[in-house]
Ligand binder design. Structure first.
Ligand code: ATP
Length: 280
């Protein structure tokens, strides 16, 4: 039986501007997105009979057709025709509903893996078109480059090369619903959007673009997010911010040791999720 194992990385947002609410209920955004090497591990095995099984075994993640990985596999099996099926197992290392894009990344990996296993030879552009129907962040994980993401997140442009950085991710485990965040966001008409620099030579250059409009909703409701940011900055982070709609906070560090020391200082007495990763 043909099988493949893939790593599905998490993402953080260096920038998240909400530009306008669209008539279809989505929002037009301007984001800068960066992959980090905190990864889910996905094994896909092609089977001779139709049907898809997804086993994840993580609280809050559906095991069957409700899993976005199931939908990704289904899309490519339908395209392939024939009578094959797939067994998918996901070792979930990325916190769920955390602003780290774990589900979207799983779906992107399944699209790329199934494309190979089924020998469909679809170009990335086509996989991205299929992916955006599953989730707005899916195309970014197929793009595989630090990106400016516009529209609902699907219009991708490669960002200028950015220096590598160490990333401390801390999730305090409070429940933040993405829908609740957008429903409570007051859109401010700020006029011109800040210009993005054309070159990034240091970690400080990256942090100079840090901004996340969604913090205006989450921080008043969950002050712990601001507390984690402050603690990261006091422990050597060059910049710190909430990722996506939260609640994960990330700090950028120039070296691993400082990031590890900050992790110990922040999570010493708590059961919060914390990981030190590298940018990809
Ligand atoms: P985003 O930043 O795109 O909002 P997120 O990181 O906040 O994403 P995810 O971890 O992708 O959120 O999960 C969002 C929801 O999707 C969860 O409530 C979960 O039940 C559902 N889900 C379906 N499939 C998966 C999957 N493979 N991994 C994680 N969540 C999944």
């Amino acid at each position: 039986m043909k099988s493949i194992t893939l790593k599905a990385p998490a993402k953080v947002n260096y920038l998240l501007d909400v530009i306008r609410r669209r008539p279809d209920g989505y929002h037009d955004l301007r984001m800068v997105m960066q992959r980090v090497n905190l990864c889910d591990e996905i094994t896909i095995t092609l089977t001779g009979a139709p049907g898809i099984s997804v086993i994840c075994g993580k609280n809050g993640v559906p095991d069957g057709p409700g899993n976005i990985a199931w939908k990704a596999a289904n899309a490519l099996l339908e395209l392939a025709g024939g009578s094959q099926g797939a067994e998918i197992s996901i070792a979930k290392n990325i916190p769920v509903a955390a602003g780290l894009g774990g589900g979207s990344s799983d779906a992107a990996s399944v699209l790329m893996g199934m494309n190979e296993l089924l020998q469909l030879g679809l170009p990335d552009q086509r996989l991205m078109e299929i992916g955006v129907k599953l989730g707005a962040d899916v195309p970014f994980f197929i793009f595989k480059t630090t990106a400016l993401a516009e529209g609902i997140g699907e219009a991708l442009t490669a960002m200028p090369r950015m220096p590598a950085a160490w990333v401390l991710l801390v999730n305090p485990g409070v429940h933040v619903s993405t829908a609740w965040v957008y429903n409570n966001l007051k859109l401010t008409n700020r006029g011109e959007l800040a210009k993005l620099p054309p070159f990034y030579e240091s970690v400080a250059d990256i942090c100079s673009i840090f901004a996340n409009d969604l913090e205006s909703v989450t921080i008043p409701a969950f002050p712990v997010i601001a507390e984690i940011k402050d603690t990261m900055l006091r422990h050597g982070a060059v910049g710190a911010m909430m990722s996506g709609s939260g609640p994960t906070v990330f700090g950028l560090y120039q070296d691993r040791e400082t990031a590890e020391q900050a992790r110990a200082a922040i999570t010493g007495n708590s059961d919060w999720f914390a990981a030190v990763a590298e940018t990809l």
